[in-house]
Write a protein that binds this ligand. Sequence first.
Ligand SMILES: NC(=O)C1=CN([C@@H]2O[C@H](COP(=O)(O)OP(=O)(O)OC[C@H]3O[C@@H](n4cnc5c(N)ncnc54)[C@H](O)[C@@H]3O)[C@@H](O)[C@H]2O)C=CC1
Ligand SMILES: N[C@@H](CC=O)C(=O)O
Ligand code: NA
Length: 437
Amino acid sequence: MTDPEKKTLRVALLGCGTVGREVVRLIESQSDDLTARVGAELQIAGIAVRRGGRDRGVDPALLTTDAHGLAVRDDIDLVVEVVGGIEPARSWLVDALKAGKSVVSANKALLAEDGATLQEAAAAGGADLYYEAAVAGAIPILRPLRESLHGDRITRITGIVNGTTNYILSSMDSTGAGFNEALDEATELGYAEADPTADVEGFDAAAKAAILASLAFHTRVTAADVHREGITEVTAADVASARAMGCTVKLLCIAERHTDADGGESVSVRVHPAMLPRTHPLASVGDAFNAVFVEADAAGQLMFYGRGAGGAPTASAVLGDLVAVARNRLAGARATPESPYADLRIRPMAEARTRYHISLDVSDKAGVLAEVAAAFARQDVSISTVRQEGRGDDATLVAVTHTATDAALAATVEALRELPIVRNVVSVMRVEGGESK
Ligand SMILES: NC(=O)C1=CN([C@@H]2O[C@H](COP(=O)(O)OP(=O)(O)OC[C@H]3O[C@@H](n4cnc5c(N)ncnc54)[C@H](O)[C@@H]3O)[C@@H](O)[C@H]2O)C=CC1
Ligand SMILES: N[C@@H](CC=O)C(=O)O
Ligand code: NA
């Protein structure tokens, strides 16, 4: 355990990729300032890598391929994990926490899948577990939820929390870039996950949504509780159609608190692409930037904005946490543990209330509009606007609904697919913002 007289805290760094390298750079380049802020020197005592032999611009004497051995070593006070994935990261961190080492992690996949196990290990070892970098990179959002907003009642969080997909959608919108070209650029810039499927299929955003909802609503939400759809099916036509309606397409995470019919409370958490009016505060969030829009009873609306991906921005959040856990360690203190006391029911997606934008390729016959309108009416879904694009056999009918349950909207789309006059359901996308639920 830490010697109270010791003026050096020894840090084990697990992982030396995009984020890890920047963590090393910041610790080394700001060494004097960090020492002054913490009250002790932060010294990197070892760096775990998957394979040795490569020049990473760090002292080769610090490198080891035994991450577990390093994380639990007696001389280590603090562990920074920037490797990612569930195992073996979970085993390393559980053992390090149980051994009393405070942990800073950027690993949203692990925290969303099994944060509870890490929290239990932290409690058992009397150690801290901080993970500000795991959600929205450099943006301070977890600490505000855990501390600043603890006296308020949060009702809804709407966020753009994945930099890679925001980069892709923004490029498709502004320059007309293709999906694959934009994804390659995002990967080159260090935004994408090791397997970018996690980004484009929405897994990364879903993990972040689970973490945000857990903290905001004082309950336990895991990645499996989040309804998830990615952006791989968003087409240039969807983006153009959104533009024609004064909207833009964003991958949104939406976490809401609901009052149920029996007076109890529940939460819904979803991640999916959606059309958003260009006047909405999140619509102007471009490039790889992230933003999280928080609505709370007393505070009203709050917006957190900044760089959500990339080595240096993410390392900034890691360093902030490292300073915090180092100070706690010197003070012999521990952050107040999270308490998921509310234990709220998770609402299924079918009960969520949304609007839909539906684009139909229809036969050019009299009465088409009436048949389409009847299909909506049968499910009790009311149409807000309908317009025709093109003429004759090339005609496309575009309908935007009022708010209805997702189940009713999905049933409407199924019914439309069955209609002989509908040749093809060209696109279906939710519309968010601009209409009360
Ligand atoms: N890149 C970004 O913008 C952000 C990344 N994160 C998270 O930070 C973590 C790291 O991300 P990146 O640095 O981008 O990934 P990366 O893929 O660039 O780096 C991960 C490093 O871990 C190493 N590694 C893998 N298995 C290992 C093992 N068994 N022992 C030791 N090292 C091992 C890899 O060789 C690689 O160098 C992930 O959890 C990621 O989700 C969080 C926020 C933003
Ligand atoms: N791959 C992630 C990195 C940060 O969390 C993203 O694109 O946002
Ligand atoms: Na953050």
